[in-house]
Every structure is written in C-alpha cells, then in structure tokens.
Design a protein around this ligand. Structure first.
Ligand SMILES: [Zn+2]
Length: 88
C-alpha cells in the first residue's frame, strides 16, 4: 500500500526534526537537511582515518547557525538518529 511505503521512506526522518529551535524559535529544519549529508561525509572520513574536508563546527557556521541553542538542536538530533537507525 502506498501509505506504508511512505512510512518507510528515509525522508520520514524529516518528521522527527523539530521545525524550529525550541529555545530561540529559529527555523532549523532546512539547515538540518543540508547539514546531514555533510556530516555523514565528515563521519565517513573520520572513520576511514582521513582528514575531513570540514568539521561539524564549520558546517554549522556555513549554514548560518550561530547560536548554540540551534547548533545543539541539530547535533543532538543527528546523534539520536544514529542510535535509532541501526540498519543504516
Ligand atoms: Zn536557537
């Protein structure tokens, strides 16, 4: 059924990132979407023992997330996602 397929779509992770920072109200969902693939690349490089092109701090700076409350929202979400997705 189509509904079931949608439930299993990897895009489903969009549903669990809060759209706005709880602390300051800044919209962070689009930044998270941009952050994740770059963070994955960073992690892959680190795991392979290579020097990553950019650090999570640089990625967040580049995305314009200057406040620590917003940065924390994204970083803690990525960590949660990793633990919640053991099959990835
Ligand atoms: Zn914030």
């Amino acid at each position: 059924m189509e509904l079931e397929r949608n439930d299993k779509n990897p895009i489903g992770e969009e549903m669990i990132i809060p759209v706005r920072c709880f602390t300051c109200g800044k919209v962070i969902a689009p930044a998270y979407e941009a952050f994740k693939p770059r963070y994955d690349a960073y992690q892959k490089a680190v795991t392979a023992g290579e020097k990553p092109k950019e650090t999570p701090k640089q990625i967040l700076d580049d995305l314009g997330l200057e406040r620590y409350c917003c940065r924390r929202m994204i970083l803690s979400h990525v960590d949660l996602l990793k633990e919640a997705a053991p099959y990835e």
